[in-house]
Design a protein around this ligand. Structure first.
Ligand SMILES: [Zn+2]
Length: 509
């Protein structure tokens, strides 16, 4: 129990904990004990419950202990937080620190308890004497924005959430509203896409909203993240998002995860939610979520933006996924992010709003849901392209799941060759539609190849050079088929797709 952070379902016993911190080199010891009090904001509290996202919370707690040891040069420190139901007067949290001198022990103790309150994902539900109950997080509210704190759980009667303007829709009604109230959505990324997505979902009265982001607010974020305020720069985005969302709708159970989602923690994160809204500009995060959602059988709404362009795609269990379309997009930075490429605020604003819309349509089971389609928005020309997506036989995600992609590909669009040389000999102009970094990474060889990435080809204003027939190639044949279908639909005739993509050629070579 030295230099650790732990949760305990049992009552905390400070005497044994204190003993573990004793050290002959230390002349000073300080501890903090937090107890359950009988009132909060004037409301009589009867008992409370603590819930935690344990694995991540312990990791973050241990990071805080290590920081305190490093920062204050203390010898030992530990923290125990209770979970479960607690009565009045019970100890909720204990922090202890021992150091050669008392001053450092006091400072470290103070640092640890403050950081635990701010950064560790623990949620508190208060049960009041009047029978009511509420998820609260007063410590966090009290730090930065007192007016929001007062608004979120004030003493005076507050207006209650009113969803009448949305439940008036025939397709929603009271039953749809109840459905939303029972639904749990996870927003991954609290930036330009996440801000509108989470705001609309909170306003709509979703039951639980998890927000994931490891970053702090920077002034350069605000033009596309207008939920936040300039004075909040430097504070963790999940903390700010939770404050604003609770102020917007105190009925929503907002849970914060101040971490970066990756392949290691994705499965655990999605487990507690019904739908995932992916709002990062990070390819690795998108792919980790794609995989975790497919395995867990949960739908996910993806969006990304690049300068004036946005893409929207909903991945459902059993349907085509991100890897079907972007098999080689495994490296970060394949698609530029806002920091490097620049973006107008309403571009992610529009896409994030559409993500909220698709999430609501899905949760309410409304007609017209986006399925098996990649929507590409050019927000300069306001041109929208729909690209039909299909499960790729080469997709490792579906192969792993043990099922084969159905052979639904229209035969007439797909052609097979043993090499690009053979295709060239047969009179095709070969067009590599992979993104340029992919092309640089694994160049197409064997014949002259015209380079024209998918997005430029579809509406970049760059036309194909004249030829009697064209062969579109990509990594595994999914994107080239989608592009060929799209171009055929636009009336561009002799356009074909290389079946299986460059991967199929490699395997025969
Ligand atoms: Zn796939």
């Amino acid at each position: 129990m030295v230099n650790t952070f732990q949760f305990s379902p049992e009552p905390i016993d400070p005497s044994t904990l204190r003993g573990a911190l004793a050290d002959p080199a230390c002349g000073g010891y300080a501890s903090f004990e937090g107890w359950v009090r009988d009132c909060n904001d004037g409301r009589a509290v009867q008992r409370l419950e603590y819930e935690a996202f344990e694995a991540l919370a312990v990791k973050e707690g241990e990071r805080i202990i290590a920081e305190a040891i490093e920062r204050f040069g203390i010898a030992r420190a530990a923290c125990v937080h209770r979970l479960g139901t607690l009565r009045i007067g019970e100890m909720a949290v204990w922090v202890g620190a021992s150091a050669p001198h008392r001053h450092e022990a006091f400072l470290a103790c103070r640092y640890i308890i403050d950081a635990v309150k701010h950064r560790v994902p623990v949620w508190k539900k208060e049960h009041y004497r009047d029978g009511d109950s509420d998820w609260v997080n007063c410590e966090r509210c009290a730090t930065g924005a007192p007016e929001i704190h007062a608004g979120a759980h004030a003493h005076v009667a507050l207006p209650v959430p009113d969803y009448s303007r949305q439940s008036a829709l025939r397709e929603v009604g009271a039953s749809g509203q109840a459905r939303l109230g029972a639904a749990r959505a996870l927003i991954v990324g609290c930036g330009g896409l996440g801000v509108p997505a989470m705001s609309y979902l909170a306003g709509a009265g979703i039951g639980r909203l998890g927000v994931v982001d490891a970053d702090v607010l920077e002034a350069s974020n605000l033009h596309r993240q207008p939920l936040y305020a300039l004075r909040d720069c430097g504070r963790p985005k999940v903390e700010l998002a939770a404050e604003r969302l609770r102020a917007l709708n105190p009925a929503v159970d907002v849970r914060t995860y101040p971490v970066r989602l990756d392949a290691d923690n994705a499965a655990e994160m999605v487990a507690d939610y019904d739908i995932i809204i992916e709002c990062t500009d990070n390819i690795a995060t998108k792919l980790a979520l794609n995989d975790a959602c497919l395995r867990a059988g949960k739908p996910a709404v993806f969006a990304s933006v690049y300068q004036y362009e946005g893409q929207l795609q909903v991945v459902r269990p059993g349907g085509p996924c991100l890897r079907c379309l972007w098999p080689e997009a495994v490296r970060d930075g394949l698609v530029g992010n806002c920091a490097e490429a620049g973006v107008l605020g309403p571009v992610p604003g529009t896409l994030g709003t559409l993500q909220a819309l698709e999430a609501l349509k899905l949760l309410l089971d409304l007609p017209g849901q986006l399925a098996e389609t990649l929507l590409i928005f050019d927000l300069l020309t306001l041109n929208i392209s729909r690209i039909r997506t299909r499960r790729s036989a080469q997709c490792p995600q579906h192969a792993l799941a043990g099922d084969r992609a159905p052979s639904v590909t229209p035969e007439s669009l797909e052609v097979e060759f043993e090499s690009l040389h053979a295709a060239s000999e047969a009179g095709y102009l070969i067009v590599d539609i992979r993104e340029r970094p992919e092309q640089a990474l694994r160049p197409a060889v064997g014949a002259p190849v015209h380079s024209l990435p998918l997005t430029e080809l579809l509406y970049g204003g760059t036309d194909l050079p004249p030829a009697s027939k064209y062969l579109l190639v990509c990594a595994a044949g999914a994107r080239s088929l989608a592009a060929a279908q799209e171009l055929r639909a636009r009336g561009r005739a002799p356009i074909f797709s290389l079946r299986g993509g460059l991967a199929a050629l490699d395997s025969r070579a």
